[in-house]
Write a protein that binds this ligand. Structure first.
Ligand code: URA
Ligand code: SF4
Length: 210
């Protein structure tokens, strides 16, 4: 089938996946990106955080969530009583999709559904290695990847749900909890504090289930 499958090692380890993703041609996003960015963190983590795609900084450094959204996320994790180093963070798409510049930064573009579908074998491979108790889904793109096209953050956030059949994984977690993406908190203006507090509240629910 089209997509990343042909590049994914059959019996994956996390280091092998990091190396193999650099050769992926499963969709066109590799062309304008610096490198593929696989998940990172504690391989034995009870909690996996699932984001959208690497951003400008992540693309340069080759690590997920090392830019502004990642800093906000770590702060929110700490405020929720979760040590940022104890989790595993990854994304549904492994190459940075962007178009045009704003100052020195490349402008992020959300991936299309076709990119998410093409890239899903990498996420499935990560879930063959990881055995989390719970998964926190950050924002709409990750939510649609897990729950399907009708997913809406506002309708489901903060509630631990069963892992759905939409995205079959080898070791399904006991629950999956949607919340807002940290980038959405960064973009919020007057409601910034309320948006941040709501993210922390959702993460506290996750923490209480670990
Ligand atoms: N936003 C994401 O969804 N993932 C990252 O790795 C960084 C920013
Ligand atoms: Fe492969 Fe995913 Fe990168 Fe597309 S975004 S080239 S499917 S790793």
């Amino acid at each position: 089938r089209p997509g990343a499958q042909a590049w994914v090692p059959e019996d994956p380890t996390l280091p092998a996946l990091r190396e193999a993703v650099q050769g992926c041609r499963g969709c066109e996003l590799y062309r304008d990106a610096t490198q593929g960015v696989m998940g990172d963190g504690d391989p034995d983590a009870a909690l996996v955080l699932l984001g959208e795609q690497p951003g400008d900084k992540e693309d340069q450094e080759g690590e997920p969530f090392v830019g502004p959204a990642g800093r906000l996320l770590d702060e929110a994790l700490e405020d929720a009583g979760i040590a940022p180093g104890s989790v595993f963070k990854t994304n549904v798409v492994k190459h940075f999709r962007w178009s045009g510049m704003r100052g020195k930064r490349r402008i992020h573009q959300s991936p299309h559904k076709a990119h998410v579908t093409a890239c899903s074998p990498w996420l499935e491979a990560e879930f063959r290695v990881l055995r989390p108790t719970g998964v926190v889904v950050l924002g709409g793109t990750a939510g649609k990847a897990v729950f399907g096209a009708s997913f809406k953050v506002g309708e489901t956030r903060g509630r631990p749900l069963p892992w759905p059949d939409t995205l079959p994984v080898a070791n399904p977690p006991q629950w999956v909890l949607p919340t807002t993406h940290p980038s959405a908190v960064l973009r919020a203006r007057e409601e910034r504090q309320a948006s941040y507090d709501a993210l922390v509240a959702d993460l506290r629910v996750a923490a209480s289930r670990l």
